[in-house]
Design a protein around this ligand. Structure first.
Ligand SMILES: *Cc1c(COP(=O)(O)O)cnc(C)c1O
Length: 465
């Protein structure tokens, strides 16, 4: 077990790290499970699929998102293979969607979830088969729904009464059917290492099972001729490690599935259990392999169906982070360093890099933890507890809150942060008018830009003066 290590924190004065963080014997060494398959160090220099970090930084600039394309594809494929031909795997595009990743996902045999008209536009630009696209969102506009129906998306996951009425009007107007699923909330709130089971849900997504609104939504859909009800949909959260939360949710959703068959005489052919499978950002995290997830989830569904004497609906799942996240690291250049005195005579080393909350807002948004390594050279200097921060005008602009880095890290060095493939570029912003970073894909010793870096013209394009 790698999770929740009680790290040895009895180091020298100046150590103010969290309990889980261990002082490494060799700070140059990579912790393999935090990095993409084809990343390693050669004489202290980080390389990915045959390209070295300094070469990539020189050619494309920093900050730079570097995707190990084969790793991304392998993770996509491993979900599909682990769950087998009876389960549809939808890549949750919001984790990171661009034309290239949409094509990789399509080529590896997965389907695709989008949740806005913009994400749908990217999928269409990539030529993604529309029958394999699902449309999510708690407030889809009429224009978004119309577009989805016109291009023929495979399913629309409805989230409100208004949406049912909008779809009723649109299907009548356009003379088409809408395949729909009903987003339900099962009263399960999942956090990284725990879950909470609640009787009612205080959040914006879905129809509650507990208060009867999910059943009411199904009844309403069944009364509209243009709506074809595929099944129920449940997504309990993100970066989840415990399968208990999935288990409780799946059982509640299947009970509703059975109740709908018994009370309304409506047999739904499908069931979606959502995504949210956790990844390793630091040594605290110990994610399950897709094979274990597949075994656990299908066992729960089979048991519940047997108990209720139901035919098993066709399952689907929606991993996003678990496919995109580990495939990518972000490369930064160090600009300044300083030591700041703490109470008791200790000090903390701040290392400032040329990006920050504009390319990775997760530490500021969720207090997310990351790790990092010196990427441009080896070092024999003793490790010191460091905090890597960005260049933005916020003291919460933290990239890696606590990490042991060689004590001689200095301006001009490159640092690499693993696990930045999901919810980093997709949440990137222009705070302080910092141009958004490029995304480069590396495969078999070849690199190419898949999302180009913004420049000053991009920054000023919308400013009409
Ligand atoms: C965000 C989301 C996902 C993907 O979550 P990950 O944590 O990236 O796996 C899947 N389904 C729905 C409905 C979502 O909102």
């Amino acid at each position: 077990m790698r999770s929740h290590e009680a790290g040895a924190l009895h180091g020298q004065a100046g150590d103010r790290g969290p309990a889980w963080l261990r002082r490494p014997d060799d700070p140059d060494e990579l912790v393999p499970h935090l990095w993409a398959d084809n990343v390693s160090k050669v004489d202290g220099v980080l390389t990915v699929a045959g390209e070295s970090a300094p070469d990539l930084a020189q050619r494309y600039g920093t900050p730079l998102y570097v995707v190990d394309e084969d790793d991304f594809r392998r993770r996509a494929r491993s979900f599909r293979e682990a769950f087998g031909p009876d389960v549809d795997v939808y890549y949750a595009g919001k984790a990171f969607l661009c034309v290239a990743t949409a094509r990789w996902v399509e080529q590896e045999g997965l389907n695709l979830d989008v949740c806005t008209g913009g994400e749908l536009a990217v999928a269409l630009r990539a030529g993604f088969p529309t029958a394999r696209i699902g449309l999510h969102g708690n407030n889809k506009s009429v224009a978004e729904l119309r577009r989805a129906l016109e291009v023929g998306v495979g399913r629309i996951i409805v989230d409100s009464v208004e949406e049912i009425d909008r779809l009723a009007a649109l299907t009548a107007e356009l003379g088409v059917d809408a395949p729909v699923m009903v987003r339900v909330t099962a009263g399960v709130e999942a956090h990284t290492h725990e879950y909470i089971s609640t009787s009612h849900e205080d959040q914006k997504f879905g129809f509650s099972i507990g208060d009867g609104s999910a059943l009411e939504a199904v009844r309403r859909i069944a009364s509209v001729p243009g709506l074809r009800l595929l099944g129920l949909h449940s997504h309990i959260g993100s970066q989840i490690f415990v399968t208990d939360g999935f288990e409780v949710a799946a059982r509640r959703v299947l009970q509703l599935h059975g109740q709908i068959a018994a009370e309304l005489g409506v047999t739904m052919p499908e069931l979606d259990l959502g995504g949210g499978f956790g990844i390793a950002y630091t040594t605290q995290d110990d994610p399950s392999a897709p094979g274990d997830l597949a075994r656990n989830l299908t066992k729960i569904v089979d048991e519940e169906c047997r108990a209720q004497q139901l035919d098993r609906p066709r399952l689907s799942i929606e991993p996003g982070r678990a496919i995109a996240g580990p495939s990518t690291f972000t490369l930064y250049e160090v600009g300044t360093t300083k030591s700041v005195g703490l109470d008791g005579g200790a000090s903390r080393r701040y290392v400032s890099v040329d990006g920050g909350m504009s390319d990775n807002i997760r530490p500021a948004l969720y207090s997310a933890d990351y790790s990092c390594t010196l990427a441009s050279r080896g070092s024999d200097a003793p490790a010191v507890l460091s905090r890597v921060v960005g260049k933005h005008c916020e003291s919460g602009d933290i990239v890696v809150k606590d990490e042991y880095l060689p004590g001689d890290v200095r301006a001009g060095d490159l640092l690499a942060v693993p696990g930045t493939g999901a919810y980093c570029r997709s949440l990137a912003n222009n705070y302080n008018h910092v141009p958004r970073a490029a995304v480069v894909a590396v495969r078999d010793g070849e690199s190419r830009v898949i999302v180009r870096r913004e420049d000053e013209d991009d920054l000023l394009r919308l400013d009409v003066g």
